[in-house]
Design a protein around this ligand. Structure first.
Ligand code: TYM
Length: 336
């Protein structure tokens, strides 16, 4: 059986890059999962502390991210959705891994940022994850997580082929092949769409309403190479390629198209036509998410009680899975 794990920082409502690069895959993997597969999706609030700020804001952001994950269709009965900080084994394992991790990959900034990748490795290894669905910007961190497995096993002389299974598994990165694993900014298509970009119209949030989505896509920066779609060319026409990738991200369920295939189909289409098609697809593709976001975000006592219940279920499940691994880790290194 698969163990699927991924995480997202509670730093604001997810944007289209988060959605097409990661969250939509989470939902698709949840729906396609075999009953014996396990799924864990963490709101990584300890990682978010590397941007220190304001306690109330973090509290709000955590709840808002939970709302977002429910809105994209994660089912708390099927997937363990939990705050990283509620499962203290994540921090415990981070320390243990940091004692055998090599510093080469970590670059010296604030200490929290320095150890950021080790905490991420701990997140993944703690739950014996086999599959980690992420956008392409996370590939290097996952490579590092695999290196942590090797270093841990060899430092503590844990054989990888004996009657006893090794302590950690090597997780596999699951990233979309096409460039949708990296959605670019609408106002500067040479940069990735990013939560920290201050330019509002550079990104579409999963909670944006139809008018806002249409306006942002209409104002997306393209180019004056040609008034038509033409060849797919992410180097010379990054803005056009990005719209094609967004359109591709929302293309039909089973037979998902690539940006390149869509360029072929839409060769004679005007850029304005491409923008309209893309806006239509995004509006339609996010309609249900937007509606659920509103419902799960309702400020009523009844909804707040429901959200607390969902938080409890996720925490309980994640703690159980975490403790199973930690018992073996403590035993293997002489702490138990
Ligand atoms: P975060 O919170 O920055 O982003 C969440 C997910 O969104 C993807 N993503 C994108 N995909 C395509 N195009 C974009 N423009 C774009 N921007 C973001 C990210 O690749 C990610 O999958 N370090 C992680 C959180 C983390 C984690 C983990 C992930 C902590 N522990 C363990 C996986 C497993 C992060 O900061 O993601």
């Amino acid at each position: 059986p698969k163990i699927i794990f991924s995480g997202i920082q509670p730093t604001g409502v997810p944007h289209l890059g988060n959605y097409l690069g990661a969250l939509k895959q989470w939902k698709d993997m949840q729906d396609a999962a075999h009953p014996s597969d396990k799924l864990f999706f963490s709101i990584v609030d300890l990682h978010a502390l590397t941007i220190p700020g304001n306690a109330d804001k973090l509290r709000r952001n955590r709840r808002e991210m939970l709302t977002s994950l429910l809105a994209i269709g994660l089912d708390p009965e099927r997937s363990a959705i939990f705050y990283q900080s509620s499962v203290s084994q994540h921090a415990e394992l981070q320390w243990i891994l940091s004692c055998t991790a090599s510093t080469g990959y970590l670059s010296p900034l604030k200490h929290g940022l320095f150890s950021y990748p080790i905490l991420q490795a701990a997140d993944i290894l703690l739950h014996q994850s086999t599959h980690v669905p992420v956008g392409s910007d996370q590939k290097q961190h996952l490579e590092f997580a695999r290196e942590c497995v090797t270093n841990f096993h060899s430092s503590w002389s844990i054989p990888s082929s004996s009657s006893r299974p090794p302590i950690f598994r090597y997780p596999q990165t699951i990233s979309l092949d096409s460039s949708s694993s990296r959605i670019m900014s609408l106002s500067d298509p040479t940069k990735k769409m990013s939560k920290s970009d201050p330019v509002e119209k550079s990104k579409i949030f999963i909670s944006d309403d139809e008018g806002v989505i249409r306006a942002k896509i209409k104002s997306a920066l393209t180019d004056s190479v040609s008034k038509f779609v033409g060849e797919y060319d992410s180097v010379n026409r990054p803005g056009v390629a990005n719209l094609l990738e967004i359109l591709a991200g929302f293309s039909g369920g089973g037979e998902r198209k690539t940006g390149r295939e869509l360029a072929e189909e839409l060769k004679g289409e005007s850029l304005l036509g491409l923008k309209t098609l893309t806006a239509d697809a995004v509006v339609k593709g996010l309609a249900e998410v937007r509606e659920k976001f509103r419902q799960f975000g309702e400020d009523t006592e009844q909804n707040k009680a429901r959200m607390r219940e969902i938080e409890d279920i996720g925490t309980r499940r994640a703690r159980e899975s975490a403790e199973r691994t930690m018992e073996r880790v403590r035993e293997a290194i002489g702490l138990a």
